[in-house]
Design a protein around this ligand. Sequence first.
Ligand SMILES: O=C1O[C@H](COP(=O)(O)O)[C@@H](O)[C@H](O)[C@H]1O
Length: 345
Amino acid sequence: MEKFFLGTYTKRLSKGIYSFDFDVNTGEPSRLKLVGTAGNPTYLAMGNNNLIYCIDNSSQYSLNNGGIKVFDVSQNPAKIVYHLHDAPISGAYISFDKNTRRLFTANYHANQLSMYRVNQSSCTLLDRIDDIGEVGPEKEQKDGPHPHFINLTPEGRVVVCDLGLDKIFIYDISNKNRLELKTTFTLPAGFGPRHIRFDLKRKVSYVVGELSSNVATLKYDEKSGIFGLIQITHTIPAWWNRYNGAAAIRISKDFKNLYVTNRGYNSVAVFEIHEHGYLKLIQNVECGGDFPRDLKFSLDDRFALVANQKSDNLSVFKRQKASGLLELVNNNFKVPEPTAIVALK
Ligand SMILES: O=C1O[C@H](COP(=O)(O)O)[C@@H](O)[C@H](O)[C@H]1O
């Protein structure tokens, strides 16, 4: 049995973060449980010692601010061990680096990136050590900054995807814990970079474009932090003329396949990864619900779990080991407004 956690919106049905069990023999999810309450915890990060960090976008906070809640999920019921109020976080992303115990947040609506140091003994107390970006009035998606993703690169720099500016930023972390801009890479106008994944085998990265329904393969030089464009390819067919927002992007652990979810076209695009990171679309399978916001593999990559935000369900796909193709095995597990899936490792 594997354990997973769900981030959600709390606009209709959900109350916060949920957990469920997943049977790796049968592919059946079960035992949905509310782990802890939070307002729109749309992203989660797994920390050390079974701690989960989540964004708390409750209305109690001032405009453009939110909170960060830390849950100890080794306890049953899970216990809230720390609650940071009024942090510069609103929407988007939270990530945690287990080695350096740093937490990163991207404020999508008000354009601010923050870096925290997490207290060593308890792994809870958050000390905000740097901020960058100008907090300002929210702009339309294409008309201003919207940092949507912040995490570490394989060599330990900070990478940020800005969906509104069509840019990828690389920062060094200085000895004084300052985020110092190292390089900038600009994608074609309207690309809408949402998330980035690094392919450790080929030394390239893949960026999903929410606004363009594209995925870009970029070569990445770890020494200089410089990106270069290799290929841009579509995640949906050219004839689709209704809304689509590409969302999750995941690489299989064997580095053979890349998966992108399509919100609107409601599918999972499956790519074969070729030399230098060239992608070939081999399948666009119906996601088994509406608005597939996240996709996560079981630990052995035999199953892919898809969180369908608007239809409030989880779809389970069997992944063929040789080809990477997906086959829907069930989609009747009800989960409220799911937006993110993380695994308890
Ligand atoms: O993941 C996403 O998040 C942003 C912000 O969401 P919000 O609930 O804080 O408004 C959203 O605009 C974007 O489309 C989506 O990909």
